[in-house]
Write a protein that binds this ligand. Structure first.
Ligand code: F6R
Length: 612
């Protein structure tokens, strides 16, 4: 339910799948209602990662017998310039995810064309608007939202009456698209998009957003003022719009983040009470035990005071709760069988290198399971360097080198003419895989885990050679289950990131969860860690593992072993130019500083975990 602070109705559903179901059901109901009146249904459609689940549901409904023959579709946008058969074109996306699996007649599908000559673009846009008008206007418009607040590609500065036109893409949007294009430099500078006015003309608008990286812009669009700086804020003026978000994308909304500032009465759960006290420390710049009754009263927290006998009891209670989360090396478990699942071959040390160091020293039996090969993120130049290394070594050591020389020739010829996003030949994929494997083994050794405890699962869902991955399948789950059977772990470490740029961490977590559900043994303890993109909030975390200066330095040494990801990573994620080790250093020392400011011991650095 929305609150008075929210100027757009927002529905928070548990996950992506529930949202896809709700949106698909509304679309299906609309199509059926139109069909009952012998009318066509006109849909406005979006691309990107967000609506894929909706399209899968629509395809499933067609397989169950639903007809889409009387549907007309208009897509929001297309990159410019863009040939329709290109890997990144929205034409291709729409056919792959939707149109190839439905019975919509070809002439009822409209997508802006990315390969019209520049001098005909304006005419093309006018024609597109005319087609929408002739179809009777859009009945339901599906939208995603960019981190700039764009809907369609209406970037900051777009006015409310804009129509379909050529626009220049914002820098953040181009960074977000960089992974799909194998580098920001390959992302087109422009796009053709329906205007804000075109979108606002739709009778009904459904905007979907999932993931923490959308949380700030959702709050801005829903609670902020209407402004050309955030095109989605114009949706506040539409009479029939609903935002569907998951808890991660909704987390910055006032009613979720600081419900004591929203109008409604607050249900003070222990977690919420803890969050409120930490928030109050931040607002007043005071440690927990210095907070006074006046601070609570002045910051809308008087009802929280009523939950404890007095202010000192409340302060002490929260202080003790946080202090109890700290586990120094001597407090960590010992002699247990552990599996640390690492989505890519460096997430283990990036995210929990310090804790691994402690756990190894505490004589736990740790298996490091690298879930994907990570070979997509290795630069071609590094392959060429390795070729030189192998060939020089084979010659110097007088080993038979003819067979390898011919492979090296094949590789060099391929790379000389390789196009952006072209899938590597198997020989190159193998070398890239081994570059990352050897780095992972070296990294593990640095935190005290021997090479025979490293396992490379090479999950098949990742092995497309492209940024776009296959869904998690039986084979992926079976491989994980086999490992669980073999090791029989007491404790399992899993990446709990929701904001990695290409979704691989989310998929890996999902695959582990599905394998654990099938495992008949008692569920092991699950520790969720976070990596290069984000950290657990103090109130969310269940465990803080302190690191000294030397321990953090050792962890950074382990990250340095991942040479192919150093200096410049291929998929660093948008909007952060720091190297992975720099982010780790900043993040781990920042968590320690936060605890210090709350009045807890002054550690040098801290890794945080949630126990699931
Ligand atoms: C796509 C579009 C964009 C996306 C937005 C979110 O047709 O118009 O507005 O909806 O950039 O993209 P994802 O879903 O990839 O986060």
């Amino acid at each position: 339910m929305s609150t008075p602070r929210e100027h757009i109705p927002v529905v928070i559903l548990p996950d992506h799948d529930a949202i896809a179901e709700a949106v698909a059901q509304e679309i299906i109901a609309y199509i059926q209602a139109q069909a009952a009146q012998k009318k066509k249904a006109v849909l406005g459609l979006a691309t990107g990662s967000t609506p894929i689940g909706v399209y899968q549901k629509l395809v499933e409904s067609h397989r169950r017998g639903m007809s889409f023959r009387h549907v007309i579709t208009f897509n929001l946008d297309e990159y410019y310039p863009m040939s329709s058969d290109s890997l990144q074109s929205y034409q291709r996306y729409m056919h792959e995810y939707l149109f190839d699996h439905l019975d919509i007649p070809q002439d009822q599908v409209f997508i802006p064309t990315g390969d019209v000559p520049r001098d005909q673009v304006a005419m093309h846009c006018t024609w597109y608007e005319e087609c929408i008008k002739q179809a009777g206007g859009i009945g339901i418009q599906v939208l995603g939202i960019g981190r700039t607040g764009h809907i369609g590609f209406n970037e900051p500065g777009s006015l409310p009456d804009t129509r379909t036109r050529l626009i220049r893409l914002d820098e953040i949007t181009r960074k977000d698209a960089a992974a799909d294009f194998f580098g920001e430099e390959n992302v087109p500078l422009e796009a053709i998009t329906m205007g804000v006015g075109t979108i606002l003309d739709a009778q009904r608008i459904l905007l979907i957003a999932t993931g923490e990286h959308k949380a700030h812009i959702i709050k801005r669009a829903v609670e902020g003022e209407v402004s050309p700086q955030v095109a989605a804020s114009y949706l506040q003026r539409h009479p029939n719009v609903t935002f569907y978000v998951d808890p991660a994308a909704g987390r910055e909304l006032t009613r979720i983040k600081t419900p004591w500032l929203a109008e409604d009465p607050v249900d003070w759960t222990p977690t919420l009470a803890q969050r409120a006290v930490l928030w109050l420390c931040e607002q007043t710049n005071k440690p927990i035990l210095h907070l006074q009754r006046r601070d609570y009263n002045e910051h809308h927290l008087y009802t929280l005071l009523e939950t404890q006998p007095d202010v000192d009891a409340l302060n002490k209670h929260v202080f003790e709760q946080i202090r109890a989360k700290i586990r120094e090396r001597r407090d960590l478990f010992t002699g247990k069988r552990c599996v640390c699942f690492s989505p890519h071959p460096d997430d283990d040390v990036i995210s929990m290198g310090g804790t691994l160091l402690h756990l190894a020293a505490r004589e736990n039996d740790i298996t490091l399971a690298y879930m994907t090969s990570g070979n997509l993120a290795v630069f071609d130049a590094d392959v060429l360097r390795q070729l030189d290394f192998i060939q020089l070594t084979l010659r110097d050591l007088q080993c038979a080198h003819q067979q390898f020389d011919s492979i090296a020739d094949t590789i060099r010829t391929f790379l000389a003419t390789k196009q952006p996003a072209q899938v590597d030949i198997p020989e190159i994929q193998a070398i890239k895989t081994n570059i990352r494997r050897s780095e992972a083994i070296a990294g593990a050794g640095t935190v005290g885990i021997p090479s025979h405890k490293t396992r490379f699962l090479d999950l098949p869902f990742y092995q497309t050679g492209q940024v776009k991955k296959n869904p998690i399948g039986e084979d992926d789950i079976r491989i994980i289950l086999d490992l669980l059977n073999e090791v029989q772990p007491d404790v399992v470490f899993v990446a709990g990131d929701l904001s990695d740029p290409h979704g691989t961490h989310r998929m890996c977590k999902d695959a582990i969860e599905r394998a654990l559900q099938r495992d008949p043994r008692p569920r092991p303890e699950i520790w969720l860690y976070r990596g290069a993109w984000q950290e657990w909030e103090i109130d969310e975390a269940d465990v803080f593992v302190p690191l000294s200066y030397d321990e953090l330095s050792r962890k950074i040494q382990a990250i340095f072993k991942h040479e192919s990801q150093k200096d410049v990573a291929m998929f660093p994620g948008a909007y952060d130019d720091r190297e992975f080790w720099e982010r780790v250093q900043d993040r781990n020392t920042a968590t320690a500083r936060l605890l210090d400011r709350l009045g807890l011991p002054q550690y040098y650095a801290i890794e945080a975990f949630v126990i699931d």
